[in-house]
Design a protein around this ligand. Structure first.
Ligand SMILES: [Zn+2]
Length: 466
């Protein structure tokens, strides 16, 4: 095995939020025997990872990275050739055939162990999926990438293929990768992230793509444009979505308020960095991505739809996805799933009247990284950080804050400084300039809201290009 030095390697970090925004594609997408045989005509497969070696090239589990990797290449050739984008957003780096782009740059795929080479790098908010050591035409695939879907894996390969040519990265000046070497300076530099972006956006226009995948790839394309370039190539913004007491939906975009179609009794919740509506009757969870509705997302929503998570006759109030566990809150119960084991624990709530969760990864207003259940009484009930304590001690593991807080929801919106707060009474407040000083949002004054959530990244301008 080659021993790449960290000086000359380039890797791709995978965003954790990206893995949450997948629609229907969570099943391993594996290559067929025929596809594997075709891939092996052009590529040499090597492995220095025990699990991958043991499982062999036909493995389709999530334990080794083989299934997603070969599935990724098969996926790439299935949607080949790619349609073009309109106007200047399309730099046509990949050319008509993504498979040809990849195979003319990469000759070997080497599967490497979890703690080998660049794979062991700890990346805040993500992990290393693969790397190369240019000009060596070998793409090293980390075992962690077994969590990826075929279309993400295809984009990892195209990204790495660009690195083989010597394209590097810049330090991110903002966003979740701020300070890390996970960005390109400009989209126009045509580096690895421009390749990924182009791939996602062009893929979203493919005539044979499913609606769910169309929504996901389009969202990923916008997320790349937003998060991977130090200079925004187009006008992209984050917006705040609000559900009025009467159930009307409002969107706040740069001091402009628009009213959108009502979602009836569906509950608006914040899910990671986006929002979703939970339909009480149908037990479905839907999100609006990049201009389209798509069935959602994440384990709780899936379990709810498949009946593995049963809330009975309870009314769902809120939902969150956390680091150790993820929970659904009903009017009388807290049902949480451990992220590692997948086990569920249900806790009756008897001593308080729950109205929602506050779960923000960074906020100046309350102690961050801790999930809270918000009580109608105005107190926050801090939940334990580990699932075992929550499971064994239930409601008695909550710690009630000493003082009252006027918060039912706290959210941050990409590209908008400060934090937005929904008070128990239903008013929307904002902390301008990163202070703790809460001021009413003028455009929303006089209205009473049930819930607020950040909208997915939005680009009016991008619509013109697709
Ligand atoms: Zn890279």
């Amino acid at each position: 095995m080659m021993s790449p030095t960290s000086k000359s390697t380039f890797m791709v970090f995978v965003l954790l939020f990206a893995s949450m925004v997948k629609a229907e594609e969570k099943m391993p997408s594996c290559a067929t025997d025929g596809e594997v045989a075709a891939i092996m005509k052009f590529l040499t497969l090597q492995s220095s990872d025990e699990i991958t070696t043991q499982r062999g090239v036909s493995d389709c589990s999530r334990e080794s990275a083989v299934g997603p990797a070969l599935g990724g290449i098969a996926f790439m050739s299935k949607f080949d050739p790619l349609p073009s984008l309109k106007r200047s957003i399309d730099q046509n780096i990949i050319g008509p055939s993504p498979t040809r782009f990849f195979l003319s740059r990469a000759k070997t795929i080497q599967f490497v162990g979890e703690y080998e080479g660049e794979c062991r790098q700890d990346v805040n908010g993500g992990y290393v999926a693969g790397y190369v050591s240019p000009p060596n035409p070998t793409v090293y695939v980390c075992r962690k990438s077994s969590e990826l879907d075929a279309f993400d894996m295809a984009s990892v390969f195209l990204h790495e293929a660009r690195h083989v040519e010597g394209y590097g990265h810049a330090t991110c000046l903002r966003g979740i990768f701020r300070g890390l070497k996970g960005c390109d300076e400009r989209y126009g530099d045509k580096g690895s992230y421009a390749v990924e972006t182009e791939y996602y956006l062009r893929l979203s226009l493919h005539p044979n793509i499913s609606p769910a995948l169309k929504a996901s790839t389009r969202f990923m394309g916008i997320a790349e444009l937003w998060g991977r370039f130090n200079k925004y190539p187009i006008d992209i913004r984050g917006r705040l979505i609000l559900q009025e007491k009467s159930s009307a939906i409002y969107i706040l975009d740069n001091n402009k308020v628009t009213v959108n179609s009502s979602q009836g009794d569906a509950v608006l919740v914040k899910m990671n960095d986006t929002h979703a509506f939970i339909d009480q009757q149908n037990k479905t969870v839907k999100s609006f991505f990049a201009g389209q509705w798509s069935d959602t997302l994440g384990v709780l929503a899936q379990d709810l739809r498949e009946g593995k998570l049963d809330v009975g006759a309870d009314k769902i109030i809120d939902m969150f996805y956390g680091d150790a566990y993820s929970c659904v809150l009903t009017n009388r119960k807290l049902i949480c799933k451990a992220n590692t084991s997948g086990a569920y624990a249900s806790t009756e709530i008897r001593n308080m009247n729950p109205v929602g969760f506050i779960y923000v990864s960074s906020t100046k207003l309350v102690q961050s990284k801790t999930p809270y259940v918000v009580g109608q009484d105005g107190y926050l009930y801090r939940m334990p950080l580990d699932y075992e304590t929550l499971k064994s001690q239930g409601e008695s593991s909550f710690t009630k804050t000493k003082q009252k807080y006027p918060y039912k929801k706290i959210v941050t919106v990409p590209a908008v400084p400060g934090e937005f707060v929904l008070t128990i009474e239903g008013q929307v407040l904002h902390t301008p300039g990163g202070s703790k000083n809460l001021k009413p949002v003028k455009e929303l004054e006089g209205k009473i809201f049930r819930s607020i959530a950040p909208v997915d990244l939005w680009s009016e301008e991008l619509n013109d290009f697709l």
